[in-house]
Design a protein around this ligand. Structure first.
Ligand SMILES: [Zn+2]
Ligand SMILES: [Zn+2]
Ligand SMILES: [Zn+2]
Ligand SMILES: [Zn+2]
Length: 189
């Protein structure tokens, strides 16, 4: 599906850049051997039920489609499209080639990722920023870090205990028996 023409800054978009199936500005433009241009998705959907070009009925199959010439693609990419969050307040218009990037980063996109600047500093979707309970998040983070510290302390205690046992065995066993003990023990690790 192409892009609706009323989403562009230019009021008069050249007819060559319009897909005759969806009547929008070509998206991922493909060309046929009869020199017609369509959106990739539009023409492939059409060819599922037909085996001709929708304009001049020339025989046509999916495998015969080619990417539109670079000059056409450049013309399309340079068209300036309004931000999809225009109604939410974004006044920017960007070149079509920057559209996806802008959409991701647009400060009006409720799904773009932002960091809470209050207490928790968590990364979240903009739409969740006002709803989230910052103090609760912070408390959960502290709880999580406490648990990690607790687990670390337990690991250290276990290591000390093993070391202690080894020293005891070392002190009470002759050296050769100690080596064979270590050897056997290491087989179980
Ligand atoms: Zn189309
Ligand atoms: Zn044709
Ligand atoms: Zn925007
Ligand atoms: Zn927060």
């Amino acid at each position: 599906m192409g892009f609706d023409t009323d989403r562009f800054e230019d009021l008069e978009i050249s007819e060559e850049l319009i897909c005759s199936i969806c009547t929008g500005v070509l998206e991922d433009a493909m060309t046929t051997h009869c020199d017609h241009l369509f959106c990739n998705k539009c023409i492939n959907d059409w060819l599922r039920d037909h085996h001709t070009c929708p304009i001049d009925r020339c025989p046509l199959r999916s495998c015969m489609l080619k990417r539109a010439p670079r000059a056409i693609r450049n013309l399309i990419n340079r068209l300036k499209i309004y931000c999809p969050y225009r109604n939410d307040g974004c006044k920017q218009s960007v070149r079509l080639e920057q559209y996806d990037q802008h959409q991701l980063e647009c400060p009006f996109n409720p799904d773009s990722m932002v960091k809470c600047k209050l207490y928790c500093q968590r990364l979240m979707k903009r739409r969740d920023l006002n709803k989230h309970d910052c103090i609760k998040e912070l408390a959960q983070m502290i709880q999580f870090q406490r648990q990690q510290l607790f687990d670390r302390d337990r690991r250290i205690q276990t290591l000390y205990f093993v070391l202690f046992i080894l020293i005891i065995i070392y002190l009470f066993l002759p050296f050769t028996s100690f080596c064979s003990f270590l050897f056997h023990w290491s087989n179980y690790l």
